[in-house]
Ligand binder design. Structure first.
Ligand SMILES: NC(=O)c1ccc[n+]([C@@H]2O[C@H](COP(=O)([O-])OP(=O)(O)OC[C@H]3O[C@@H](n4cnc5c(N)ncnc54)[C@H](OP(=O)(O)O)[C@@H]3O)[C@@H](O)[C@H]2O)c1
Length: 361
């Protein structure tokens, strides 16, 4: 766990925090703070949509581990630069259309895609250069302008807060399980910890009538996970050999899917929990990045692996259809006000949450 005391988040008000006036809006930007970054609230001119662009009044945003890593200047993919508007995830309503917009109308309820420019097919260098809250400005702003290609309609049954949680963690879990994992009913699925990606993985696999097995450092969180549909649970803090417990929950067949978010500490154990023909989605490095794959084990099992980097707009839209069909609701642990954004980051660092942390605007 990352000590909260090391965060030193400082909220700076460049102007009054009383709210936007006229054509000014409030947003957070990153500012250098020694060897890390801090959040500074700024007042800036309201953005104006250009050709094929849409102006979105942001109603809610959500945090991912990446956002914390960027603030701590520990994210390898960049993003920790002064002036960047942070956070990849947000939802809101369309309040103005630039010339030539065809995909949206005023009043539409939308969410931004993680990559503003990855519609479908293979990821490209152009897609990579459009990662929100990293390569380009993100969503922690009262209003944002986006190319119309970088937005999706949100499911009707979801609130803005719920929809704001979808662009990164949910699309990642979807892509891992369905696009690359080809999840089938009754498949055993291993989920590591009860953070954002894992809880979406739990909800999706449970809705698909697969059998999710989830680990946590907390028995209380595991009890909640069972209420959310977990087939089995294991405490990785009290049982260092949790992979044996997972295997035994599968009747020693091993799991068919792993959403590998733990990295260095978990990957070797996840491989031990894997069954023949299983698939490991390489997603994260909560305990540090894993540096080696046990090739002999993969060959022995006929296993496969895919390195996941969120997903495309097509993945997002397919996932939204599934969410609507099953009337799924994202699990929100806690909602912070816009003015409390630094506290939301601090809360994520405490790892007290289960599921998602949201900021309302
Ligand atoms: N490749 C991609 O496209 C992509 C997309 C999204 C996220 N990620 C990565 O995936 C990881 C998870 O992201 P997230 O946003 O879901 O994180 P998160 O919400 O912050 O998850 C935190 C939780 O992970 C669990 N955890 C921490 N250390 C662990 C360990 N050593 N072993 C097992 N579980 C551990 C803890 O759960 P308990 O409290 O239950 O123990 C903790 O509360 C991060 O590394 C993130 O950067 C990658």
């Amino acid at each position: 766990m990352i000590p909260v005391s090391s965060l030193a988040l400082i909220l700076l008000f460049a102007s009054s925090a009383a709210g936007s006036q006229g054509d000014r809006i409030r947003q957070y930007q990153l500012e250098a703070d020694g060897g890390r970054m801090r959040l500074a609230m700024k007042e800036v001119a309201q953005p104006v949509p250009g050709e094929s662009e849409v102006l979105v009044r942001v109603r809610a945003v959500a945090l991912n581990r990446r956002d914390l890593s960027i603030l701590q200047s520990r994210y390898g993919g960049g993003g920790d630069r002064e002036g960047l508007v942070p956070l990849s995830d947000g939802a809101g309503e369309v309040i103005a259309l630039g010339p030539g917009v065809t995909r949206f109308q005023l009043g539409d309820r939308v969410a931004g895609t993680f990559f503003e420019r990855w519609v479908d097919g293979r990821r490209t260098a152009e897609s990579n250069a459009s990662a929100r809250g990293g390569a380009i400005d993100g969503m922690l702003s009262e209003m944002v302008v986006s190319h119309e290609d970088g937005l999706v309609l949100i499911p009707d049954h979801l609130t803005f807060q719920e929809a704001a949680t979808l662009p990164c963690a949910a699309v990642t879990a979807w892509n891992a399980l369905f696009t690359h994992g080809r999840l089938q009913p009754n498949d055993f699925v291993l989920l590591e910890g009860t953070g954002g990606v894992s809880i979406f993985g739990l909800q999706f696999s449970s809705a698909a009538r697969a059998r999710p097995i989830i680990t946590s450092s907390s028995d209380a969180k595991l009890a909640t996970a069972r209420e959310l549909g977990a087939f089995g649970t294991a405490n990785y803090r009290t049982n260092a050999d949790w992979q044996d417990e997972v295997r035994s929950l599968t009747g020693d067949a091993g799991v068919a899917h792993v959403l590998e978010v733990g990295g260095e500490e978990t990957l070797p154990k996840a491989v031990q929990a894997l069954g023949f023909g299983g698939h490991i989605a390489l997603i994260g490095g909560l305990s540090g990045s894993a540096s080696a794959l046990p090739i002999r084990s993969f060959i022995g099992l006929g296993a496969s692996t895919t390195a996941i980097y969120v997903g495309s707009r097509a993945d997002f839209e397919a996932m939204n259809d599934f969410i609507s069909e099953h009337q799924l609701r994202p699990v929100i642990d806690r909602v912070f006000h816009f003015e409390e954004a630094p506290a939301a980051y601090e809360y994520m660092a405490s790892e007290s949450h289960l599921g998602k942390i949201v900021i309302e605007l």
